[in-house]
Write a protein that binds this ligand. Structure first.
Ligand code: TMP
Ligand code: ASP
Length: 237
C-alpha cells in the first residue's frame, strides 16, 4: 500500500492518503503533549509501542464483535485504517476516580466505582475540549441519537473487554478515552488509538502508574512504563 500526500498532522500521529479513497495510513510519532498542547515533549519509542499495542487491542476487540477502523499494520509505526469522519466527541469511561474527575468533584484518586461512568468532551482544541452531555451533542448535531446510543453501547462493551484483557496481566484499567468515526456506509466504528497515551493503567498490586500520567506529572520512567505495558500485553513479540 502506497503512502500518498499527508492529509493531516495531529499531536501524536500523521495521516496520509492512499490510492484507495476509503483507506488512509496513520503514522505514529514519539511526540507527546498534555494539557491541550501546553506541555510538550518526546517519549522515545512511544510511536512504535502505541501503534503495535493499539492494533493488538483492536484485533482483540474485533474478535469480540466491536467494529474498528483497523485494516492492517504496515510497519512498526504505520497502519492502514478505514477512512472515517470522526465524531467530534472524546468518549471517556471511568472505573476508578482519577484525573479531571477527581479534580472536578474534589475527591481523591483511587475510589473504585460500583459501575463505570461515561462522559463526553467536545473535541475542539480552541475551546479546550469542553465537557458535553449527550443532549448538547445532539443539539449541535455532532451525532444523531442513534449514533450516540451506539457509541455508548460500544464504549461500555469495550470497557468490559479491555478491563478483562488488562486484569489478566495484572493491570487495573482506571479510565480511558475513545474516539469513534463514521465510514462511507454510515457505520460507526472505533477509531483513533487505545494506548498508554489514552488510558490510565495502574499495576494491580503496587498501584504504580503505567501510563501518560508519568509524563503529565513529570514522574520519570515514562518509556519504561510504556514498555512494561506492551511486554505484559503482547509478550516479547
Ligand atoms: P481526564 O481525567 O484528564 O479527563 O482523562 C481521562 C482519560 O482520558 C485518561 O485516561 C486520559 C484520557 N485523555 C486522552 O486520551 N486525551 C485527552 O486529551 C484527555 C484530556 C484525556
Ligand atoms: N492528550 C493530552 C492529555 O492528555 C492533551 C493534549 O494532547 O493536549 O493531557
Amino acid at each position: 500500500m502506497k503512502k500518498l500526500e499527508q492529509l493531516y498532522e495531529g499531536k501524536a500521529k500523521k495521516v496520509f492518503a492512499t490510492e484507495d479513497p476509503n483507506v488512509v495510513i496513520v503514522d505514529y510519532k514519539d511526540d507527546a503533549t498534555a494539557f491541550n498542547g501546553i506541555k510538550k515533549g518526546t517519549i522515545t519509542g512511544k510511536g512504535v509501542i502505541n501503534n503495535r499495542m493499539s492494533n493488538h487491542i483492536m484485533r482483540k476487540l474485533e474478535a469480540e464483535g466491536i467494529p474498528t477502523h483497523l485494516i492492517e499494520e504496515l510497519s512498526e509505526r504505520e497502519t492502514a485504517v478505514k477512512k472515517v469522519t470522526i465524531v467530534p466527541l472524546e468518549v471517556i469511561v471511568r472505573n476508578i476516580s482519577a484525573g479531571s474527575f477527581a479534580k472536578r468533584y474534589g475527591v481523591e484518586e483511587g475510589i473504585v466505582f460500583d459501575e463505570p461512568t461515561i462522559e463526553f468532551s467536545y473535541k475542539n482544541d480552541d475551546l479546550g475540549d469542553p465537557l458535553m452531555n449527550a443532549y448538547h451533542a445532539a443539539a449541535l448535531k455532532l451525532a444523531t441519537w442513534a449514533e450516540i446510543n451506539q457509541i455508548k453501547d460500544y464504549a461500555f462493551r469495550i470497557n468490559t473487554l479491555l478491563k478483562g484483557f488488562l486484569k489478566s496481566v495484572g493491570i487495573d484499567l482506571v479510565d480511558f478515552k475513545l474516539e469513534f468515526g463514521k465510514i462511507a456506509d454510515g457505520q460507526i466504528v472505533l477509531a483513533d488509538e487505545i494506548s498508554p497515551d489514552t488510558c490510565r493503567l495502574w499495576d494491580e498490586t503496587t498501584h504504580e502508574k503505567l501510563d501518560k500520567d508519568r509524563f503529565r506529572r513529570d514522574m520519570g520512567g515514562v518509556e519504561d512504563a510504556y514498555q512494561e505495558v506492551m511486554r505484559r500485553l503482547m509478550g516479547d513479540k
